[in-house]
Write a protein that binds this ligand. Structure first.
Ligand SMILES: Nc1nc2c(ncn2[C@@H]2O[C@H](COP(=O)(O)OP(=O)(O)OP(=O)(O)O)[C@@H](O)[C@H]2O)c(=O)[nH]1
Ligand SMILES: [Zn+2]
Length: 364
């Protein structure tokens, strides 16, 4: 019956639930069930209520966050931290949120679970991440999970059906394109692409009428609200964006993909959490790790999807990031030339740029 939501639609609903503090029910193929909450949106009332369910609640965190907290990650990529019976919500949230790590370090050792499967915890963390929340979830086992979800009107996600969707990228579809005369070129055109999973839309700005049979001057630009719009001096994004467009305008042809992957894919709220840690002396990579993220959570494959959809198969790529080049090549877009894009170094971003060169392999 097409009127029943499919797994993609249920996952989008689950993300919205977690952002609002509503729990979701997770079930696996062995019949286990659990209730999962995003740690950062959990309320005191719901923490009290989940404790009446009888199961032992844990905070599921990524291996990166576990390393910071010196908690044993028996599950490899994640750890299940046991919640003491008398722990308050502030304790639970401090497991997830590093903002007070230095001020008020957590008193360890944190006990982590070793027995049983972490499959449902893994799905819960992936959902929180894709909802652009901190990658940490409170998970408590429940019985009769199908009935529990139905009785309480909760979204239920089945592990086997959901797992492939959390690693595969969703298909993107062109929505509309229209002329956009711009300062750099009157022959601008903006294309909007929408993913099937209900996530962020992405844009392509085409300058001139680039020949589809020749390598096109291209830039994959990740959204940076602070740099692109506010003139932030902490990064080089704004000058790179304008520099790329100016060069395309001067050459009379090019395509700039504006990918809504704010903060290297972690979202603006988490990026600002990373900036708060940077104010305390951590570098851009360490800050991401303390929050529980990898240094770069972006998926550049969507860039090649958009280029292909526009009819391009080879590019002269404006970038200093070798990972972008490697990903283009792997996903069937030939990079015939790397065009360096070195603009916008300031006193404030010099060490940020140096860290990217030292730790993320950026070309100087
Ligand atoms: N998490 C995090 N993201 C940041 C930080 N500073 C900038 N960003 C984000 O990093 C991204 C920069 O993207 P790009 O301009 O594609 O930069 P790049 O990966 O260095 O590659 P090139 O510019 O092509 O060399 C944007 O999404 C910014 O919002 C930071 O300190 N932490
Ligand atoms: Zn930036």
């Amino acid at each position: 019956m097409s009127l029943v939501p499919n797994i993609t639609e249920l996952l989008a609903r689950a993300r919205a639930d977690l952002r609002m503090g509503v729990p979701v029910v997770l079930t696996d193929e062995l019949g286990f069930g659990a209730l999962a909450f995003a740690t950062e949106t959990l309320s005191p009332q719901r923490l009290a209520d989940l404790r009446t369910l009888g199961g032992e609640p844990v905070v599921a965190i990524t291996m990166r966050r576990a390393e910071t907290l010196k908690a044993r990650a028996y599950d490899g990529d994640l750890a299940r931290v046991m919640i003491p019976a008398d722990a308050e919500l502030s304790w639970v949230q401090a497991v997830a949120d590093p903002s007070d790590d230095l001020n008020a370090p957590m008193k360890g050792p944190l006990m982590t679970q070793r027995q049983g499967s972490a499959n449902l915890h893994r799905i819960a963390i992936a959902l929180a991440k894709s909802a652009q929340l901190l990658p940490a979830t409170v998970v408590v086992p429940i019985n009769e999970s199908h009935e529990f979800a139905a009785t309480h009107g909760l979204t239920r996600i089945d592990h086997a059906r959901a797992a492939p969707h959390l690693t595969d990228r969703s298909a993107l579809h062109p929505v509309v394109a229209a002329r956009l005369p711009m300062e750099v070129s009157e022959a601008g055109r903006l294309h909007v692409f929408r993913p099937e999973d209900g996530g962020e839309e992405h844009y392509a700005i085409e300058i001139g009428r680039p020949d589809r049979d020749e390598p096109v001057l291209a830039r994959l630009h990740s959204a940076c609200f602070t740099g692109d719009l506010m003139g932030s001096l902490k990064c080089d994004c704004g000058p790179q964006l304008r520099g790329a467009l100016t060069q395309m305008g001067a050459e009379g042809a090019g395509v700039l993909l504006y990918l809504n992957q704010e903060g290297r894919g972690i979202g603006l709220a988490n990026k600002m959490r990373a900036y708060f840690l940077q104010d305390q002396g951590f570098d851009t990579v360490e800050a991401n790790h303390r929050l529980g993220f990898e240094d770069d959570e972006r998926d550049f494959r969507l860039g090649s999807d958009i280029l292909k959809s526009l009819g391009f198969s080879s590019v002269r790529l404006l970038t200093n990031n070798p990972a972008k080049i490697a990903m283009m090549e792997r996903t069937g877009i030939a990079v015939t030339e790397r065009v360096p894009l070195k603009v916008g170094e300031t006193d404030f971003n010099r060490s940020y740029l140096a860290t990217k060169a030292a730790k993320s392999g950026h070309l100087l």
